[in-house]
Design a binder for this molecule. Structure first.
Ligand SMILES: NC(=O)c1ccc[n+]([C@@H]2O[C@H](COP(=O)([O-])OP(=O)(O)OC[C@H]3O[C@@H](n4cnc5c(N)ncnc54)[C@H](OP(=O)(O)O)[C@@H]3O)[C@@H](O)[C@H]2O)c1
Length: 244
């Protein structure tokens, strides 16, 4: 894992689930991780867990719907470690429901976190990486960025948007900056805890019975980062065995 050691890696949505597992794995492999999310106590707990194993970590309370928070997170990484090698725009929410329930506030929340949060991450880190002349931006999409199921119209819309934004960024930034999309299948995390529609919540509980552990997705993140400089992994899509 020579291409992970000493890299400075910023991760949003690191207070639980995939982000937390990714921060833990990358720190174990020698990266300096800078983690952001809203829940300070979770970030503190993650930081002490990483430090207790000899890892290097710094955290910053960050709401990705607030552009200046995301800018500050990236600035904090540069001020602390002098560079940003990898930015993982991973924060996401998934309050599923059918469109006819008109849960417009929840639609807006998904758009704000899942799309605008990713764009704010790109806006914060792109000038830094352009000046460095190198960098790697990883955005978390989903299998819902490929397939649309009932109750997930808006969520899938945000993840299709992440696919499109990432592909555009990849083409524009080709040469200096690598761009990767990680598309997890169903994974055992806190995602969906904010579902207010009982039918959708019950449906998620059912499909979660065969969910992947978040460490599997962390491995996909590490795979994309741990490549030689001349290799750009565009996407890794990971599903549970047997899922159609
Ligand atoms: N789990 C799955 O089955 C699955 C499948 C495909 C894709 N994904 C994607 O994987 C990513 C990670 O989700 P997860 O499954 O690990 O779920 P999770 O355990 O709920 O983690 C979501 C993370 O996003 C953060 N977050 C939410 N709103 C935020 C905001 N406004 N500002 C900053 N951080 C915010 C949460 O932290 P705070 O609440 O502390 O802010 C948390 O750290 C998401 O993009 C999700 O869409 C997950």
């Amino acid at each position: 894992m020579v291409n992970i050691k000493d890299k400075v890696i910023v991760i949003t949505g690191a207070s639980s689930g995939i982000g937390r597992a990714t921060a833990t794995l990358l720190a174990e492999r020698g990266a300096k991780v800078v983690v952001g999310a809203r829940r300070k106590e979770n970030l503190e707990e993650l930081a002490s867990s990483i430090t207790s194993k000899g890892g290097i970590v710094s955290y910053q309370v960050t709401d990705v719907t607030n552009r200046s928070d995301v800018e500050y997170l990236v600035k904090h990484a540069v001020n602390t470690y002098g560079k940003v090698d990898v930015m993982i725009n991973n924060a996401g929410v998934m309050p599923l429901s059918t469109l006819d329930q008109l849960k417009v506030d929840e639609w807006e929340k998904m758009i704000d976190v899942n799309i605008k949060g990713v764009l704010y991450g790109i806006a914060a880190v792109l000038p830094v990486m352009q000046e460095q002349g190198y960098g790697h931006i990883i955005n978390t999409s989903s299998t819902a960025g490929h397939v649309v199921e009932p109750t997930a119209a808006v969520y899938a819309g945000t993840k299709f948007a992440v696919m499109a934004i990432s592909e555009g960024l990849r083409k524009e930034a080709a040469g200096n900056i690598k761009v990767t999309v990680i598309s997890p299948g169903v994974t055992e995390t806190e995602l969906g805890n904010d579902i207010t529609d009982e039918v959708s919540a019950a449906g998620l509980k059912e499909i979660r019975k065969t969910a992947l552990p978040p460490e599997v997705i962390a491995n996909a993140m590490a795979y994309a980062i741990d490549q030689p400089d001349y290799v750009d992994v565009s996407e890794v899509l990971v599903r549970e065995k047997g899922r159609i």
